[in-house]
Design a protein around this ligand. Structure first.
Ligand code: SAT
Ligand code: MN
Length: 596
């Protein structure tokens, strides 16, 4: 389709304006067809960027620039006229100043490149919950990934019509080409020139300088979380960094669970859980993002706005996540994995290493090499429909009714395996005080403990204090129809640094306990931090776990928790008067229970 053929005048004039600034050699409007995917991929193959994999049908391997391997939180901006509206946990710049700086960068940034116009829908095309975005990008890699991660093409333009609303998303890798210049293997700009910018008042996204993941696939974190969270507050719904799954018990009763964990903490694994307890079944609805609205019956309904999985490859194996392994057998894009000599990909934790291959930097690699073969944030991009346990209702525009919310993170100590909130406010307190050891999903230090409220620290599109308040208000609206809230930690270690809990499929044991709590089948034990399983209620049938280890896993260390309460006070102090009083009260109540 040509630019002239677009029916939406607002879209047409925006594209023209952006093209005048970025000066691409041509403009191409994506139709979303598989031929288009193949054509873009062929271009990338011809450039030497994409390597077709002999062992996986219609699949390709990419290696990014070593400086462009993850989200860049330090270069991510939430831009409102007033800094306080971005809040203390976001990077802020005045919109006029930020636009001025970025316009300088965008000027001629697409020289000798094509500007692709990607009309995409987050959520099933035409669904009342879905939102339309249009990404302009100079990266064919982004086009291919967006084809998998979102619903792209002419069908979206049809829904948009002549005067529909869309979220404009401008993206440039920031590497214009001089006439006749050969393209770099992975074009991008240096870190200090990267900007991932959001203007929530205008529902506008501008991204410059990176071609990787959430920095470049603008439907994902930029639209579906940062912009959508701001829309959701205005419109009274929720946009959350949550997986969605359906769990069915042996009697056939269904439970829908939404769980928030920071990036690279196992959301994809939990979403594709293979229960180790008899008669329980899990089906996947989403692995990263949930959009939730209150339905006519007063319950909270969730949809997955995405169409694919952008999952962490290292650690994924037929042991840890067989359903993910089956999802990525074909039609998949791999980024920053090892390429084996026989035309496959490999990563640490997948299987026995190949005798020889090329590492994520393209160097010769053997198991004796000192460095890891795959980058710790190496990713696969795969269509969600390829997951063998994708739920039949995963594209139901109505969504699924949520029974259970789970928060969690990586904590080597302090946090027990599971505890339940006393009520909604206490659950919001748990979410707002979630903390985790940092991972390779962001450029920065790995393994440092940081508070990551609702796993939304890098993704909230407005002041986190107001965000906490929005959660409280949603609870007021939901009343007794609100989901129950739990907190889990699969990652507690003993004094020797050994994991205390096997995790993966055995996490079904914890989910079973939650379902039985929802059904009112069993009681729980009150502890200072929340409700916990009574002895014998957590199903450990068939699991070899040392009694002492289990005790340690469930231990509430009062002194450590008093210290935790001090850290929470410190964390909360950042939010000043935007911190809801109701959460302050929760902290006081926690302290009172700890001192009893
Ligand atoms: O690169 S992404 O932001 O899409 C992945 C993640 O950090 O969860
Ligand atoms: Mn994520």
């Amino acid at each position: 389709m040509k630019l002239e053929d677009l029916k939406n005048e607002k879209l047409k004039s925006w594209i023209k304006e952006m093209a005048d600034m970025c000066q691409p050699k041509d403009i191409y409007v994506c139709d979303g067809s598989s031929e288009e995917y193949d054509r873009c991929m062929q271009e990338l193959i011809d450039l030497g960027l994409s390597h077709p994999l002999k062992k996986r049908k219609h699949s390709h391997s990419f290696r990014s620039d070593p400086s462009d391997v993850a989200r860049v939180e330090d270069r991510t901006f939430i831009s409102y006229p007033n800094e306080i509206d971005a809040g203390p946990t976001n990077h802020w710049m005045n919109p006029d100043e930020l636009k001025k700086t970025m316009k300088e960068l965008y000027k001629g940034s697409m020289k000798n490149r094509t500007m692709y116009v990607i009309p995409f829908s987050m959520g099933p095309v035409g669904s009342p919950i879905a939102k339309i975005g249009v990404e302009l990008t100079d990266s064919a890699y982004v086009v291919c990934n967006m084809h998998i991660m979102t619903r792209v093409g002419t069908k979206v333009l049809d829904v948009l019509g002549s005067n529909g609303e869309f979220v404009p998303c401008l993206h440039s890798v920031g590497a214009p080409l001089a006439d006749g210049e050969k393209d770099k293997k992975w074009p991008c700009a240096p870190i200090e020139k990267k900007y991932i910018s959001h203007f929530p008042d205008e529902n506008l996204i501008w991204s410059y300088g990176s071609g990787y993941g959430g920095n470049a696939l603008l439907g994902k974190k930029c639209l579906a979380l940062r912009i959508a969270s701001a829309m959701a507050r205005r419109e009274g719904w929720m946009a959350e960094h949550m997986l969605i799954l359906r769990l069915t018990n042996p009697e056939g009763k269904r439970f829908h669970i939404a769980a928030a964990f920071p990036s690279a903490c196992g959301k994809t694994n939990l979403a594709m859980l293979q229960p180790t307890i008899k008669g329980w079944k899990c089906e996947t609805i989403g692995d990263d993002i949930a959009w939730m609205k209150i339905g006519e019956d007063g319950r909270l309904y969730a949809i997955n706005p995405e169409a694919g999985f952008f999952g962490v490859a290292p650690g994924t194996s037929y042991d840890s996540n067989p359903m993910a392994m089956d999802s990525i057998r074909e039609n998949t894009i791999f980024t920053n994995c090892v390429e084996t000599d026989d035309g496959d990909v490999w990563w640490e934790g997948m299987s026995e290493p190949p005798a020889h291959g090329k590492d994520w930097k393209g160097n010769d690699w053997t198991p004796a090499s000192p460095d890891k073969g795959a980058h710790p944030n190496a990713r696969f991009t795969a269509p969600a429909k390829q997951c063998p346990i994708i739920c039949a209702d995963w594209e139901d525009p109505k969504g699924v009714p949520i029974d259970i919310f789970i928060f969690g993170g990586r904590r080597a100590s302090v946090m027990p395996l599971v505890h339940e909130s006393y009520n909604w406010d206490h659950g919001v307190f748990m979410g707002s005080t979630a903390a985790s050891e940092t991972t390779a999903a962001n450029i920065g230090s790995v393994g440092a403990l940081r508070f990551d409220p609702f796993a939304m620290l890098p993704f909230a599109g407005y002041n986190m204090g107001d965000y906490m308040n929005h959660w409280l208000e949603m609870g007021d609206k939901l009343g007794d129809k609100a989901p129950k809230i739990f907190y889990v930690n699969w990652f507690r270690k003993n004094a020797d640094g050994k994991w205390l809990w096997p995790g993966f499929g055995d996490n079904s044991r914890v989910l079973k306990w939650m379902c039985e709590r929802v059904e009112g089948k069993i009681d729980a034990k009150d502890t200072p931090i929340g409700r916990m399983p009574k002895d014998g209620d957590l199903d450990l049938t068939g699991l070899k776990i040392d009694e002492a280890d289990f005790k340690e896993l469930m231990r509430v260390d009062i002194e450590a928790w008093k210290n935790q309460a001090n850290e929470i006070e410190n964390h909360y102090s950042k939010f000043g008067d935007r911190l809801p009083q109701r959460l302050k009260k929760q902290l006081e109540e926690l302290r009172a229970r700890l001192s009893k």
